[in-house]
Design a protein around this ligand. Structure first.
Ligand code: SF4
Ligand code: SF4
Length: 332
């Protein structure tokens, strides 16, 4: 096909898993190649930033942007690709909710640097060197982008047309979107989530569900779960009620609790708050009837305290996009 629509696939602060979801399209990637010109994708195509700068504005039909915004370079690329793209997709958990890197938002930047460059037993750094934005060496001046205090989502920096959740997004869902694009749409309204549903993982999970009642939370290695029954009802902290559907309930299907990688369902602003509310509503009511209000609060606190890492469990993928946004100082 001559003059194929141009597409881009960019990574900001991410691990590369989103690119793996592209490769995992398997033979479907031939459809991508037949119908689109992949002009910018740092892990596959040797196009440079200056080549993108030279493109006409809106000359990219669609850009899939993965990774959170951690530094100045990420901001610059987000702005550049927004300018050059007709459609910008926030691809994956890090671009959409901050992802695991955003858990560092709980700590000040210097604390992160101390951990990585100084107070770490595997580090040998006698000169107490830290990365500098500008360093003069014999060959000239080397520069590094400024490291920001917090990870931000793509939509906190530029206007985003669509969101595509998941860590990484499911390739089968990406394949459906490729089919939609090849067919020429129509695309859903701006702001929609692609490659996912609007409800929760519980809706697509095939475990036996009864009255969700939990007496206590258990760690994953405590008794071996009954593989047929809802994991949360057995006390295993499954984020299914507070997580958007679309993956097919992959983790519970493998008898592992959902860890929330698709972010909050439609209409839920804060995944962690939704999960805390869900757990509060599941505590054994019969037992609560015999308690006074203070004892009930104490019981809820103790149940939640049984979660070893509250933020890391309830906001593992969504902290930067949550109501908290990591702005609340939770620990020293
Ligand atoms: S809580 Fe987890 S195991 Fe239970 S129905 Fe929801 S997704 Fe499935
Ligand atoms: S079950 Fe949860 S953690 Fe597992 S892939 Fe689905 S949304 Fe992600």
């Amino acid at each position: 096909m001559l003059n194929k629509p141009k597409i881009a696939f960019y990574w900001a602060s991410s691990c590369g898993g989103c690119e793996v979801s592209l490769v995992n399209l398997h033979e479907k990637i031939l459809d991508v190649d037949a119908n689109f010109d992949l002009v910018f994708c740092p892990c596959l195509v040797d196009t440079k930033k200056k080549d993108v700068e030279a493109m006409a504005d809106k000359s990219l039909a669609i850009t899939f942007f993965n990774g959170g915004i951690r530094n100045d370079d990420n901001v610059e690329m987000a702005r550049l690709l927004r300018k050059k793209s007709q459609v910008l997709v926030s691809y994956g958990a890090c671009a959409t909710g901050g992802g695991i890197p955003a858990l560092a938002n709980l700590f000040p930047r210097q604390r992160l640097f101390n951990t990585v460059y100084h107070g770490n037993p595997s580090i040998d750094n006698p000169g107490e060197v830290e990365p500098q934005t500008s360093s003069v060496v014999s060959a000239g001046t080397l520069t590094l982008p400024q490291f920001h205090d917090k990870v931000q989502t793509l939509a906190q920096i530029v206007d985003v047309d669509f969101f595509f959740p998941g860590c990484p997004p499911e390739s089968a869902q990406l394949a459906k979107v490729v089919d939609l694009l090849v067919a020429g749409g129509p695309l859903p309204p701006k702001g929609s989530f692609l490659g996912s549903g609007r409800k929760s993982v519980c809706e697509e999970c095939r475990k036996k569900k009864g009255d969700k009642k939990i007496a206590k939370l258990r760690r994953n290695w405590e008794p071996v779960p009954d593989p047929e029954t809802c994991l949360l009802e057995q006390g295993f902290l499954c984020m299914g009620p507070a997580t958007r559907d679309g993956c097919g309930g992959l983790c519970p299907e493998a008898v592992m609790p959902c860890i929330g990688c698709y972010g909050p369902p439609e209409g839920v602003l804060d995944q962690g708050a939704k999960m805390a509310a869900a757990i509060g509503g599941m505590l054994d009511i019969q037992a609560l009837k015999e308690l006074n209000e203070g004892e009930i609060v104490d019981r809820i606190d103790k149940t939640l305290a049984a979660t070893p890492d509250y933020v890391g469990t309830f906001y593992k993928f969504s902290l930067a996009g949550s109501l908290l946004r990591g702005g609340v100082k939770l620990r020293e």
